[in-house]
Design a protein around this ligand. Structure first.
Ligand code: PMP
Length: 449
């Protein structure tokens, strides 16, 4: 291979070069085939190589690809915003377009702070977030993220926003009912707000289902309903980070829809354009936009590529495809099948502590001791080994390892395209099983389990 000057995740490592993709499969230049069992980073939700999207891309490129949002709007952007207003719950009718999930959560943070400034309450400028969460890699988004591993190098530069822990049913106190656990976790938010004072708090941000930092951790019923009540009581905006869970991934349009709760702001990314273009969004309520319109009249955020017609046309084609092929409903149905298969694996293999998930966002958590749920000393290490083994067998899965060393968080995410068939799920499961058994054997051989 000729020398590469691309800065890759692991410097010095050679990565296979992909030549093309079709449906749930990716093919490299050496002729190897991979099942995209995680949709990349939970992104390629309509599968690879969809013709309609390629056509929409070309049609828009022939008209115009870029106009600057300070000069013009475009049909593509207007149509996309209208569609998102139809999809989104409550009065979440207004979209601020950006290009990545991190930009979406940064923008949500800024809009929340600006909202309170416009209301004449400028001290309400703190965000409360949760440990075991991920909201993005830029400094503002990372400040909100309770992802220990990703924060570590920059801790002294970050705001201390993670203040509470989210519900983690697998590791709840055994003598507590799920119902009271849900309330106890939600009530931590009330304590956190009272500690800093409601007049200091602009917003609370949470992922409806915890993704990269925990691995498809689904909250118990009642949690988000109580969170909404607390936010209302103390006039704190609720931001649902739907970058991973949005656009059908969990079997509903948005993750938060499972609990009938309407946030004040919502962020989207990943599945919104299914990997066909960098596109993300911050969706905002009528009340917030009316307040800012009456106030300064302009939101202090934005990027060069915000609301460009090229990405908007692509995202629109992706949403059309999701609607036309009823992929939200399909994610619910096929996701239930996928989870049932994963639970069978968990029953069979001692290395798997739990199989969990919602819709087509599932995970396996690995433990040293299934009875005591004792995690491995090196958090993330076993998940990493399973990912490597699966890769060698032609299956892609995604790490979820933001836990604290030795305190869980050793999980992998399984989140194939929403288009996956039952036979393809069986194919995925059989490769995954082989990978877990191979790692189990290796650990046994080294007397580590
Ligand atoms: N929020 C959530 C919930 C995410 O899962 C991610 C990405 N894993 C982000 C934000 C950041 O998105 P991006 O990587 O596109 O910046």
């Amino acid at each position: 291979m000729t020398k590469s000057y691309v800065i890759k995740p692991e410097l010095g490592k050679e990565y296979p070069v992909i030549s093309h993709g079709k449906g749930i499969y990716l093919y490299d230049k050496e002729g190897n085939r991979y099942i995209d069992g995680s949709s990349g980073a939970v992104t390629a939700s309509i599968g690879h190589g969809v013709e309609e999207v390629a056509e929409a891309m070309y049609a828009q490129a022939k008209e115009v690809s870029f106009v600057y949002r300070s000069h013009f709007s475009s049909d593509a952007v207007e149509k996309l915003a209208t569609k998102l207003a139809e999809w989104a719950p409550g009065s979440l009718n207004w979209t601020f377009f950006v290009s990545s999930g991190s930009e979406a959560t940064e923008t949500a943070q800024k809009i929340a702070i600006q909202y309170w400034q416009e209301k004449g309450r400028p001290t309400k400028n703190r965000i409360i977030s949760r440990w075991m969460s991920y909201h993005g890699i830029t400094m503002g988004a990372l400040s909100m993220s309770g992802h220990v591993l990703r924060r570590k190098r920059f801790t002294s530069l970050l705001a201390d926003y993670p203040a509470i822990t989210g519900p983690y049913p697998y590791r709840k106190p055994e003598d507590m009912s799920l119902e009271s656990y849900a309330l106890a976790c939600a009530n931590e938010l009330e304590t956190a707000i009272l500690r800093v004072g409601p007049e200091q708090v602009a917003a609370f941000i949470a992922e409806p289902v915890i993704g990269a930092s925990g691995g498809a951790v689904v909250p118990p019923d009642g949690y988000f309903q109580r969170i909404r009540e607390i936010c209302d009581k103390y006039e704190v905006l609720f931001i649902a980070d739907e970058v991973m869970t949005g656009v059908g991934r969990t079997g509903k349009a948005f993750g938060i829809d499972h609990w009938g709760v309407v946030p004040d702001l919502m962020t989207l990314g990943k599945g919104m354009s299914a990997g066909y273009t960098p596109m993300a969004a911050t969706i905002v309520s009528d009340e917030i936009i009316e307040t800012i319109t009456k106030g300064s009249g302009s939101i202090m955020a934005g990027h060069t590529y915000s609301a460009n017609p090229q990405s908007a046309a692509v995202s629109l084609a992706v949403l059309d495809y999701v609607e036309k092929h009823q992929l939200v409903e399909k994610a619910a149905e096929q996701g239930a099948y996928l989870l049932a298969q994963l639970k069978e694996l968990a029953d069979e293999l001692p290395l798997i502590g739990e199989a969990r998930g919602l819709g087509m966002l599932c995970a396996l958590e690995f433990v040293k001791n299934k009875q005591t749920k004792e995690p491995f000393a090196l958090s993330g290490g076993v998940g990493g080994k399973v990912i490597q083994k699966a890769f060698e067998k032609g299956l892609l899965i995604y790490p979820a390892m933001g836990g604290i060393e030795g305190v869980a968080g050793d999980a992998v995410i399984i989140s194939p395209p929403l288009t996956i068939t039952t036979e393809q799920i069986d194919e995925l499961i059989s490769l995954l099983k082989e990978a877990v058994i191979a790692v189990q054997q290796e650990l046994q051989d080294k007397a580590l389990i």
